[in-house]
Design a protein around this ligand. Structure first.
Ligand code: ADP
Ligand code: TRP
Length: 343
């Protein structure tokens, strides 16, 4: 329990896409593979977060299992005792700590959260759930229960990470050293390197991020897409009429996104990709190379997915949920004592 903890979760409300894969999954899996001697690695499914916006509940179970299998297919080692996988709702301390933290959280700070503003925009108040409003508090509980110091997430989640730091410091100031405060976001970025704070854009609308909540899915490459589907989406990606390849996010957001993706998928630096493409007068070759590389990635990912041993996965899941309940329970008890709920 004394190794520093690295933790992240990916919501199970749809198939995961290449933004989730490069932004959240790969960074933590790299660590799980290479640095588990120094760190405890927690990769969980925040299943209670899945329906903060409406979903088809009949599909939730399958979606949760799909996420877990995706972790394994993406390379998460199951035989490593420093790596833990679990489902949030199987560890009641997450819900209990959330209710306690709620009373130390301001309505104002929650209302200012960008994700809340984005996801509630245009909805009538009665249709915006308190669960969506409260989302960052549950996320803070997810992090603080295990004393996680490093939390690899995409750029859209950094505000929530800042909130987890704020609430930890707030309670520590009031009640003494209750929580390990996650590292400042800047330090996390330098720790995780280029993949942290990444924001892959939607292929058909490069002004917004690629998101599984997108209704059409036209600009989203899912990890389960066939090579043909992915290629179609990439070949018809929105670019611009400038007609020369430049990495210029303001004026050429579509092309810049394709360049970034190519660097990620081919494991090259952006500079190397640019040295091949900058100044070219046609977008076709860039799209073609990207389609090929993404198809290869999806092909090997999907083959690995088929190979996942369900039984082994379930056994590991249940053992880890048991052990994580013990770890989380210790933090919860410390908090319960501090606020006067336990003697
Ligand atoms: P989505 O918006 O697709 O529903 P989530 O909010 O569930 O994705 O995010 C899961 C993880 O993937 C988070 O760490 C998030 O920051 C990361 N992520 C999501 N979309 C992207 C993206 N387009 N680029 C990079 N990382 C992303
Ligand atoms: N909010 C994260 C997302 O949308 C998922 C998540 C829930 C999470 N709890 C977490 C990520 C704790 C990191 C740590 O992607």
């Amino acid at each position: 329990m004394n190794k520093p903890v690295i933790l992240t979760g990916l919501r199970a409300n749809n198939d995961l896409h290449i933004g989730n894969y490069f932004g959240a999954l790969l960074p933590i899996i790299d660590l799980a593979k290479n640095r588990s001697a120094e760190f405890q690695v927690n990769l969980f499914v925040p299943d209670l977060h899945s329906f903060t916006t409406p979903i088809d509940h009949t599909a939730l179970q399958a979606s949760i299992m799909n996420n877990l299998k995706t972790y394994v297919a993406a390379g998460l080692p199951l035989d490593n005792p420093s790596v833990y996988i679990y489902r949030q709702s199987y560890i009641p301390a997450h819900s209990e700590l959330t209710v306690i933290l709620d009373s130390f959280t301001g309505m104002g700070e929650m209302s200012r959260m960008t994700q809340f503003k984005d996801k509630s925009a245009g909805l009538n108040d009665e249709r915006i759930s308190v669960g969506l409003f409260n989302y960052p508090v549950l996320m803070a509980a997810d992090i603080l229960l295990y004393g996680a110091q490093y939390v690899p997430v995409g750029e859209d989640q950094t505000q929530h990470l800042e909130f987890a730091r704020d609430i930890a410091e707030r309670l520590n100031n009031r009640f003494g050293e209750l929580f390990i405060v996650p590292k400042p976001v800047k330090q996390q970025h330098s720790f995780f390197g280029k993949d942290q704070g990444l924001r892959i854009k939607d292929l058909s609308d490069p002004l917004k991020k690629m998101s599984k909540s997108d209704e059409t899915g036209k600009g989203v490459v899912f990890m389960s897409d066939s090579s043909d589907t992915a290629t179609k989406k990439i070949m018809s990606a929105t670019t611009d009429s400038i007609g020369v390849i430049n990495y210029d996010k303001d004026n050429q957001p579509g092309v810049s996104n394709l360049l970034e993706l190519l660097a990620l998928v081919s494991n090259e630096s952006l500079e190397d990709v640019l040295s091949r493409y900058k100044g070219q007068a046609s977008y076709g070759p860039l799209k073609t190379e990207l389609s090929q590389k993404i198809s290869e990635l999806l092909g090997s990912f999907q083959a690995a997915y088929q190979e996942v041993d369900d039984e082994l996965l379930m056994r590991k899941l249940q053992a880890d949920e048991h052990e994580m309940s013990v770890q989380a329970g210790q933090t919860l008890l410390r908090v319960q004592k501090a606020v006067g709920l336990r003697s």
